[in-house]
Write a new protein. Structure first.
Length: 314
């Protein structure tokens, strides 16, 4: 399949955030013309299309002045090249993927979805196709198909952190309707979501964002493992470089300590939070600690007044 060769020259063609394919510094068609001689006629045509797409997106990326007429003209030229190519190569799944990404990047989302669906009908075991279909389906609220396709993408590429993160996000967005209309149990969905974030963080040990995503996920589940959450926020804190990042992590650490009924430690941590932007969150947490202290004092006073009666607080 040609997709592996073409992946390195798709720099300007994705138009999709979190694109898993790498961006090359320059298209092969220009930087290594000797390789083109080894390509078939259809492959040369495909490289020509990609070259035109790269030119189109490079001008956009550089914010080069391009009139609306010029933009429309170049886009129509690319569309014409694609139409010609796909008439001659209707079952080229790799080309359909590239075409679908081009359509997606130019705002033609429904047409892009049709291209991905066709690629999927040709080869139903391509992870990026499943991921692209799931993205569109999620945007359209088609949660059953989105969930199934995203799970399949993860199954096909279990070590792809982008797919893992997207599956976790999809579960969170549609969790309630999945429970109401799909019969799913929250504990099962929460477990899958946390596992996805945990694996994505494991695969990206140097990514602060991946570690933070995992740490924040504990707030979104019904029954959180707060000890695991504390450990994860400690990791985020150790990686934070900016003062805002460090103090935000400290604020979250204090919140988790409160969940663990370690209010004294939470108060000590909050003393280090001094940024005005975090003052509101800090005061809210201090208020929770104070309230908990008052409740304990009442419980202790009641226990002293009735020494023979055992009281339980939750």
């Amino acid at each position: 399949m040609l997709l592996a060769v073409l992946a390195s020259i798709l720099g300007g063609c994705s138009g999709v955030e979190k694109e898993p394919l790498p961006r090359a510094p320059a298209p092969i068609v220009r930087s290594k013309p000797a390789r083109e001689a080894n390509f078939s006629l259809s492959q040369r045509k495909l490289l020509e299309i990609i070259s035109e797409q790269n030119r189109f997106f490079e001008r956009s990326d550089r914010n080069t002045a391009m009139s609306k007429n010029d933009s429309v003209s170049l886009q129509r030229k690319i569309e014409s090249l694609w139409s010609e190519y796909l008439i001659d190569n209707p079952r080229d799944a790799d080309a359909l993927i590239i075409y679908g990404k081009f359509l997606r990047s130019t705002g033609e989302n429904s047409r892009a979805y049709a291209a991905f669906k066709k690629a999927d009908s040709i080869d139903g075991e391509i992870a990026v196709v499943k991921q692209q279909m799931a993205t569109y389906e999620a945007e359209e609220g088609i949660w059953r198909e989105a969930y199934a396709d995203m799970k399949k993408a993860v199954e096909l590429e279990p070590d792809n952190p982008v797919y893992l993160t997207q599956l976790a996000q999809l579960i969170l967005i549609f969790r309630q309707v999945m429970m109401n209309d799909g019969g799913y149990e929250q504990a099962d969905l929460d477990g899958e979501m946390i596992s996805c974030y945990a694996r994505a963080a494991e695969l990206q040990p140097d990514s602060v964002q991946a570690q933070r995503n995992y740490a924040l996920a504990f707030y979104d589940v019904g029954k959180a493992d707060w000890n695991a959450a504390l450990e994860q926020w400690e990791k985020v804190l150790s990686m934070a470089e900016l003062n805002l990042e460090k103090q935000t992590a400290l604020t979250n650490k204090a919140r988790v300590l409160i969940e663990l009924n370690r209010d004294g430690e939470a108060e000590e941590v909050l003393e280090s939070v001094t940024l005005p932007a975090l003052l509101k969150a800090k005061m809210a947490l201090i208020s929770i600690v104070k309230k908990a202290k008052k409740e304990r004092e009442k419980t202790d006073a009641a226990a002293s007044a009735a020494p023979g009666k055992k009281l339980y607080s939750y």
